[in-house]
Write a protein that binds this ligand. Structure first.
Ligand code: PLP
Length: 451
């Protein structure tokens, strides 16, 4: 009988982060200044980020040492277990072997603390006292609240309004770690007040919440801004996941044919998949699949272009797969996947054919999450259910084809604060929503004019 779990000791936490930049098949396009549309230099980012993180955005070093104080905190829950989903395999009757990395075991319940701890550390070391951020589902906000708490900093979280009311306990969780959390758009910032004046009933969006958090940070000396996904340094901090997975798959005597993660801004997917990029480049036939919601189809229906990271056009422009910074996705329950853009690194690898993208409607994702919960016992976050929907499809395809595929996916977070979403699913109150092409075209028409 094979093992259910493959565990590493605390001493085996990776000591460096893996940087995919030197392994990219094409050069990165630089971020552009939002005013001049010229390449942004480090000085343009220093109003809101510490120098160490700006450096990590551009470094071409392959491996970046993880500071000892960061490792010391990561040890509280890392290495995370690698599970073999034997019961799911049985339930699906598939010859595929299914493995997953369980990031739901962190104190905040997802992969997000991997970067929250690192970002809080570097900001504290630079003399910053307070961090602001946005959050969708509340996973990132609670992770940063944890990170700030650990390093004795203040934390201010702008939470997308529809999620704030769907998940009141996430806010309480942030408060437990000493953070302040308000629904966005709020009347605390100019960006929030402008949007509320246009549409007082807006459900909010990550793009709007980012505008508020950036404005707050840019207008206070003691405050910096912290982003939970998208940027290179965030993805870098998540690569502990894939590095551990490679060591654990070795223990299991397996190598993946398919690596799957859900994609909001791309960080949990990249954290698992990027360490496999050099393995793939060396000739191993591995499919790396990012899964997004049909309601916010950034890679599958967006275009690859320069765009703002936020709604108000305050952030530097990034070359990325985007639906346009004006795009306000419907209030689907996977709040963490409602972002108009995709990380520039994931976007580039997608456009170069290294990474594949697929999209799934939410009902199919909830169905897959329940198949998983009833087989494996774990109730996952609605974001994670997107990865599982793809895993189920790939496992059933392997069954049809009679092939012994090995599938590895990232269980990016547990769903213990998402019972309202499951309740709505059981009550038949959730529906699929495919964002209309015309609305996507409209949002794309407002892209900034940068080549
Ligand atoms: C559990 C979970 N998974 C995935 C995501 C999506 O973010 P990313 O694509 O950066 O991993 C989120 C975002 O909040 C999340 O909470």
């Amino acid at each position: 009988m094979p093992d259910y779990r493959y565990l590493l000791s605390e001493r085996e936490i990776p000591k460096t982060w893996y940087n995919v930049i030197p392994d990219l098949p094409a050069p990165m396009s630089p971020p552009l200044h939002p005013g001049t549309l010229q390449p942004a230099g480090p000085q343009d980012l220093q109003a809101i980020f510490p120098f160490a993180l700006i450096e990590q955005e551009v470094t071409t070093a392959q491996n970046i040492p993880i500071p000892e104080p960061v490792l010391d905190i990561l040890r509280m829950w890392r290495p995370t277990p690698l599970h073999r989903a034997l019961r799911l395999e049985k339930a699906l009757g598939t010859p595929a072997k299914i493995f997953f990395k369980n990031e739901g075991v962190s104190p905040a319940g997802s992969h997000k603390p991997n970067t929250a701890i690192a970002q809080a550390y570097y900001n504290k070391a630079a003399g910053i006292k307070r961090l602001t951020t946005e959050t969708g589902a509340g996973q990132w906000g609670s992770a940063l609240a944890l990170g700030c708490n650990v390093f004795g900093m203040e934390c201010m979280v702008y939470m997308v309004k529809c999620s704030y009311y769907q998940k009141p306990h996430r806010r309480t969780m942030m408060e437990c770690w000493g953070a302040k959390c308000v629904p966005s758009p709020s009347d605390l910032t100019q960006a929030g007040r402008t949007i509320l004046a246009e549409d007082p009933e807006t459900p909010g969006s990550l793009g709007i919440a980012i505008s508020e958090a950036v404005e707050d940070a840019a207008t206070r000396q003691d405050t910096n801004y912290s982003l939970g996904s998208v940027l290179n340094h965030v993805l870098l901090h998540q690569t502990v996941i894939g590095q551990e997975a490679i060591a654990q798959m070795k223990l299991a005597g397996a190598t993946p044919d398919i690596v799957i993660g859900c994609c909001g801004g791309g960080s949990n997917f990249a954290g698992l998949a990027f360490p496999f990029v050099p393995v793939k480049a060396a000739g191993k036939n591995i499919r790396l699949i990012g899964v997004e919601p049909a309601a916010c189809p950034t890679m599958t229906k967006g275009i690859y272009a320069y765009d703002f990271g936020d709604k108000s056009g305050m952030t530097p422009l990034l070359k990325m797969d985007t639906l346009g910074h004006d795009f306000i996705p419907p209030g689907i329950h996977a709040g963490g996947l409602r972002y108009h853009g995709m990380s520039p690194l994931v976007s580039l690898l997608h456009r170069e054919g290294v990474v594949e993208a697929v999209s799934y409607p939410q009902l199919k994702c909830f169905e897959a999450a329940l198949t998983f919960a009833r087989a494996e016992g774990l109730i996952v976050a609605p974001e994670t259910s997107h990865a599982i929907a793809c895993v189920v499809d790939e496992a059933l395809k392997a069954k049809e084809e009679g092939k012994e595929k090995t599938i590895l996916f990232n269980l990016s977070g547990h769903g213990h604060f998402d019972m309202a979403a499951y309740e709505k699913y059981f009550a038949g109150e959730l529906s699929d929503y495919e964002y209309p092409e015309a609305k996507i075209r409209e949002a794309l028409a407002h892209l900034p004019k940068a080549s």
